[in-house]
Structures are given as structure tokens and as C-alpha cells.
Write a protein of this length. Sequence first.
Length: 198
Amino acid sequence: MKQDVVFITSRFPYPLNKGDKLRAFWQIKGLSEYMNVHLISLSEQDVSPQSIEALNPYCKSINNFVLSKPRRYLRMLLDVFSNRPLSVSYFYNPRIKKSISRLMDQISPDYIHCHMIRTALYMDHTKACITSIDYMDCFSLGALKELTQPAPNGADYFYKQSTKGFELLKESTIKNLTSILSSATRIEKHFRWMVIGM
């Protein structure tokens, strides 16, 4: 009997026109051979029937939640001084969180997998199941690279220090949400371990 995994993505993993969609699609396809995959995705607009049809063979259930750009920007503004990475705030909505929690009650999954830290706040920790986050390509690695580049002017330097630097620190707080982490490359995995302790 197959176990159930809830697979949460920040974008619907089809069409395959971006790297994160490609990675999620092939992970879902691979997992479907051994597990019942329940896909939960976010999008800025309704997903086309063709996109849903492309995932149907690999998913036991598919749920997509539309989150408009104005609501995304409002959440980022509200979370500027929080300990959340803005990349996480951009994809978070409390209303959607409640809907996903209700889905978790119905599915009662054995595993919850978040594709990229963007979706980490949607993990339901009231469930006794295994959780994991795929960091894919660490934002903090790119932030650190930018911080080490010479700034052409004072304004740009302030921007880098006040945003990229804070985001690097904030990303490390997500590690407390789960015990299983993965990355796209060995370089990023080594960076997580050396710099932000994951």
C-alpha cells in the first residue's frame, strides 16, 4: 500500500518553462511510482486544464490556490521587520494556510514536502508526519555573492546591506521548521552547512 505525500510548490509545475517547475515536475513523477502524491500549488492566476491534465497521471489529488500580486506585496510589506525571508512572505497567505490545513486533515499524509523555502510556512506541524524542504538553489548563496561585490554607489551599498544581508540571516531561521533539507547541487549543500548551519 502506497504512503501519502503532500507536495507543496510555489508555482504550478507546468508548463515546464522555469527551472523550479522542471525540478518539481520530475520529482513528482518519480515519487508517484512509490507514493500517492497530493499536489498543492500556488499561482497568480487560474491554472489551465492542459496543465492540470499534464500532472493528473502522477497525482492522486491536485489543489491550486490563486494568490494575486497585490496580496503578495502587502504580505511582504507587513513582514519587512519580521524574521521571515521576504521570499517566503511573498508566497504566504493566512487564508490559504487555513485551507491547506483543512486539506491536510482530509489527506492525513505520511510526508509533507515543501519545494523551496517559499512554501515552508504552509507545513502543518500539528500532523505527526515527516517533513522536508528542498532549498533547490539557496537564495542566501546568491545574497552572499552580491554582498562581496563592490558597490558602485552609497545607495546601492545600503540596499545590499539592508536587504540581502538580512535575507541571508532570515533564511537560516527556516531550518527550524524541518529536519530534512535538500539542495540542487553539492556546492549549495556545502554552503548551507558551512554558513547557515543546515
